[in-house]
Design a protein around this ligand. Structure first.
Ligand SMILES: [Zn+2]
Length: 385
């Protein structure tokens, strides 16, 4: 059997830290059940990220629609900063007490993956970035991870089921196994070309047996104009100066008229590699960096009880608004009042923490992943890493 929870376990509140279950028992025994407001914030981000991308909302709201609560939230795919509440729940505490663990789990990991994808896409610029990291995580999570990689800005995902979830064809080249089964890179690529429909781009993996330079030329000669790209997955033990290997291969291909052949790089690609490789690379397959991205450490904290501001040490009490200037992007956190706030640039601030759920009823439309991704990419130039 697989060691996983059933989705029903999550909805039934069984994926909970036991102290919440015990808390609920005590509250029930004593008849204590205040109306509270609780917010989700991160005080800082991993790896000194200056901002993060809010994700996991669609799953979190799917869980919370089963509860008698009201929720305000940022939209999925919104950039946020430390101390900005991304969600706020209002309800009787007993009604959502045991769901804190699951709600946090849904947004912490998704936001980490999405943020890492956005950072890598920003570094890659117009170059293709494809999520290759499903194999590093429990397979039950693959669609979740790749959806968040995609909304963060990845151009494609590798896993078939993930493609179905986001409504895009999955992307992939050839594995080393195909080439090993044929015993020859050229023979494997010729067979790929014979068997598979033309819509699948011919991308040859050229690090299996021989030196990259000679293998590049071998496949270019064998496939000619049909060769779309070569993928360098050079093992770390042979990599040396990866950029130099790519530069040499580019030179040799260009010398022989194969300028159309693009370069894809994969294999342990990290943020710091992109500035060095970008001048030589047309696309990246990025695995572990994305699928094993650090999580955003959100916490859920009660900030109001029976309408009165009330919070633990180290947290700002009271319900809040998060404001953003649509013109200059300046931001502010203010008490949850009805005042109209104006930015120093004289534009009126807009609220980005908005009502999304009211006792099971959605107050906003759930947007498809492609629309969320588009919004992220439209804003990517404003961000600094
Ligand atoms: Zn402004």
């Amino acid at each position: 059997m697989f060691h996983i929870a059933d989705p029903k376990d999550i909805i039934d509140g069984k994926i909970t830290d036991v102290y919440f279950e015990r808390t609920l028992k005590v509250l029930k025994a004593k008849g204590i059940n205040p109306v509270v407001k609780a917010e989700f914030i991160a005080k800082n981000f991993p790896e000194n990220w200056p901002w993060a991308l809010f994700a996991g909302f669609e799953e979190a709201i799917y869980l919370m629609r089963h509860l008698p609560i009201k929720v305000r939230s940022m939209k999925e795919g919104t950039v946020f900063y430390p101390f900005e509440p991304v969600m706020e729940i209002e309800g009787n505490y007993q009604d959502f007490c045991v769901y804190e663990t699951a709600i946090l789990g849904l947004i912490c990991q998704a936001s980490g993956v999405a943020t890492k994808a956005t950072r890598l896409k920003k570094l890659a610029g117009d170059r293709l970035v494809v999520s290759f990291g499903a194999r590093r995580m429990h397979p039950i999570l693959a669609p979740m991870i790749e959806r968040n990689a995609y909304i963060g800005g990845c151009d494609g995902v590798a896993v078939v089921k993930s493609g179905e979830l986001i409504g895009e064809d999955p992307m992939g080249t050839v594995p080393h196994a195909l080439i090993i089964c044929f015993g020859s890179t050229v023979e494997a690529m010729k067979a790929f070309d014979e068997v598979l429909e033309p819509k699948f781009k011919r991308v040859a993996l050229i690090d299996t047996f021989l030196d990259e330079k000679f293998e590049c030329l071998n496949v270019a000669e064998a496939l000619g104009n049909k060769l779309f790209a070569v993928r360098f997955d050079t093992p770390a033990s042979r990599r040396g100066d990866f950029a130099k290997i790519l530069r040499e291969c580019r030179w040799e291909l260009d010398m022989r008229g194969y300028r159309h052949v693009q370069f894809f790089a994969s294999g342990g690609i990290k943020e710091e590699d992109l500035p060095l490789l970008n001048p030589l690379v047309d696309g990246y397959g990025i695995g572990t960096s994305i699928s094993n991205a650090r999580v955003v450490d959100f916490a859920m904290d009660i900030i109001a009880v029976e309408g009165k501001p009330f919070a633990k040490r180290g947290k700002w009490s009271g319900s809040k608004r998060v404001l953003r200037c649509p013109k200059c992007n300046q931001r502010d956190i203010v008490p949850n009042d009805n005042v109209t706030y104006t930015c120093s640039c004289s534009e009126v601030f807009e609220d980005i923490l908005i009502p999304v759920l009211d006792y099971g009823q959605y107050l906003i439309e759930i947007e498809p992943a492609s629309k969320l991704r588009e919004r992220v990419l439209n804003n990517i130039n404003r961000l600094t890493l």
